[in-house]
Design a protein around this ligand. Structure first.
Ligand code: PAF
Length: 283
């Protein structure tokens, strides 16, 4: 596996492969890799001639400086995991390499409604930062396919919108959430949970999964209120938002007949660790 640090090295690598008619799969990450990331890498490995994994903690998508400074950084361990998955390139640039003129580049992405609600409302500027880095990675790598995990359900909708409005020719592949055996969605932030919080956190998925059973027999608002009440009753847990939305437009769904794809998206503070998850009610 090659470890590339510069834009020039990455573009040369990509140009060479494209000239040979090879397909490229890109897996953008912020490192601190776990089996959730590796499931994306395996999928990319199976579907492309070459796989590029970017490892870059993107400062422009953090609206909270503490979150940025405490974000886990484990580059050496990441490299050895990627080596084990026969990845061709790990792209691990510096902040200066990606943002030579600083992060504020004066370009605002037209992300529309999908970026305004839920995470967009709670984390101002977050999706502009995600769009900024993902568009750069796509333009530099020129992949045929790019892989994203469904834990960040809204992020995928935002990236699809960005790719459309920026006319980037790439297939966005969304991959299922990976969970621990007890149901907790895999996340790089899980390592920040205390032992006590870690025991409680799987309750989030348990409540969401239970809410699926009566979804068709209750008004949507009742499901919503029940989920919030159950999760708030767990020790350390405080729901920031829970929204039941159309899986494509992310508009709130108030009646089951209104959408054919319905997803419940949640963010919960477990102590000071912000956990996100979602559940599919209908597809
Ligand atoms: O999902 C993430 O880890 C990040 O938001 C991404 C897509 C790698 C962009 O920095």
């Amino acid at each position: 596996m090659k470890v590339l640090r510069t834009v020039k090295e990455l573009t040369e690598f990509s140009r060479e492969l494209r000239a040979q008619g090879k397909t490229i799969g890109l897996v953008p990450t912020m490192g601190a890799l776990h089996s959730g990331h590796l499931s994306l890498v395996k999928r990319a490995r199976g579907e492309n001639d070459a796989v590029v994994v970017s490892v870059f903690v993107n400062p422009t998508q953090f609206n909270n400086p503490d979150d940025l400074s405490t974000y886990p950084r484990t580059e050496r361990a990441d490299a050895s995991l990627l080596e084990g998955e026969q990845v061709d390139v790990m792209f691990a640039p510096s902040v200066q390499e990606i943002y030579p003129s600083g992060g504020d580049e004066g370009h605002t992405f037209n992300l529309g409604y999908v970026a305004e609600v839920m995470e967009g409302a709670m984390r101002p500027g977050h999706f502009q930062g995600v769009a900024q880095i993902v568009s750069k990675l796509l333009r530099l790598t020129v992949p045929h396919r790019a892989y994203f995990g469904e834990k960040d359900f809204q992020q995928i909708a935002v990236i699809r919108r960005m790719v459309l409005t920026e006319n980037i020719d790439v297939e966005i592949v969304s991959c299922p959430i990976m969970r621990e055996a007890d149901g907790l969605a895999l996340s790089s932030r899980n390592v920040r949970l205390t032992a006590e919080q870690r025991k409680v956190a799987p309750g989030i998925h348990k409540v969401l999964a239970e809410s699926v059973a009566d979804f068709n027999s209750k008004p949507i608002q009742e499901t919503c209120d029940w989920v919030v009440k159950q999760i708030n009753a767990l020790p350390f847990c405080k729901v920031e938002y829970f929204s039941i939305v159309d899986g494509v437009t992310l508009k709130p769904v108030t009646a089951r007949e209104d959408a054919s794809h319905i997803v419940g998206c949640i963010t919960v503070y477990c102590g000071d660790v912000r956990l996100i998850d979602n559940i599919c009610y209908r597809k």
